[in-house]
Design a protein. Structure first.
Length: 255
């Protein structure tokens, strides 16, 4: 009876599955071949493995590439993710968005694991984008029209430059400097006025086109406007009129 009871407990014990018996049998065979060996089940090794640094590195690299995609240069991205191996392996990794992150040569990017074990880590990233940008070849005075002789393409790291830096010469040539520009200074779109741009207080030429006649006069701009936009002008007599700015920088009124 005792033997039968022990046999029944062995058969119906909830942890005595066929798979477990097969694993135990294989372990016994291995132990007979390698006496003294410590047998660690495969499922125990999987549960204890650490997070792959390469997986984290690849995710962050792609996120950073998207963030610098607007810069016309070659990105160099170094992600030091080795320390994540001390965390349990993660099935649901999430990298924090970099959309509103100011670009710098050194970043700290947050990575969150949402399961099965929850953890977070800050990963150091070194970043550079090698390319060219427009800079001044000499001092440019406010109001001076920019030509190829005043500008040059400078090679360097684009990270850290102002957001409105000009990267192509054709986007600056023909514009007028709105402020004084130092020699070697990166050219910014905000410091330029497009061709024909009129600013507040500027003396402008007003041309009136009527039926069978053309008249011209001078006036003072009461605002700022680019070619194609409407501008209010005060004439020498004090009259205020409105006209359209032309590409030549005059104000045209059609009667």
């Amino acid at each position: 009876m005792q033997t039968r009871a022990m046999f029944n407990r062995s058969v119906f014990h909830p942890f005595r599955s066929r798979a477990l018996h097969r694993r135990a049998a294989r372990a016994l065979v291995l132990a007979s071949i390698l006496p003294g060996a410590i047998i660690t089940p495969a499922w125990a090794a999987d549960a204890s493995r650490g997070q792959s640094p390469k997986e984290v590195r690849d995710l962050i690299t792609e996120q950073v590439r998207q963030r610098v995609a607007h810069l016309p240069g070659n990105p160099v991205i170094e992600v030091d993710a080795n320390d994540v191996s001390r965390h349990p392996a993660c099935d649901a990794l999430r990298v924090a968005s970099l959309a509103n992150t100011q670009l710098r040569s050194r970043l700290s990017v947050r990575v969150d694991c949402e399961g099965p074990s929850r953890w977070a880590a800050y990963i150091p990233v070194r970043l550079a984008v090698n390319g060219s940008y427009v800079s001044t070849a000499r001092v440019v005075q406010a109001g001076e029209r920019l030509g190829p002789g005043q500008l040059t393409l400078q090679q360097g790291d684009l990270i850290g430059l102002p957001d409105d830096t000009v990267f192509r010469l054709q986007d600056a040539v023909g514009h007028t400097a709105a402020v004084r520009l130092r020699a070697g200074q990166p050219v910014r779109a905000g410091s330029l006025r497009p061709p024909g741009m009129i600013t507040h207080g500027q003396k402008v030429r007003v041309i009136v086109n009527g039926s069978g006649f053309v008249a011209s006069s001078e006036g003072e701009a009461l605002g700022s406007a680019a070619p194609g936009e409407t501008l209010r002008v005060r004439t020498p007599s004090g009259q205020i009129i409105s006209g359209v700015v032309t590409p030549e920088g005059t104000v045209e009124i059609s009667m």
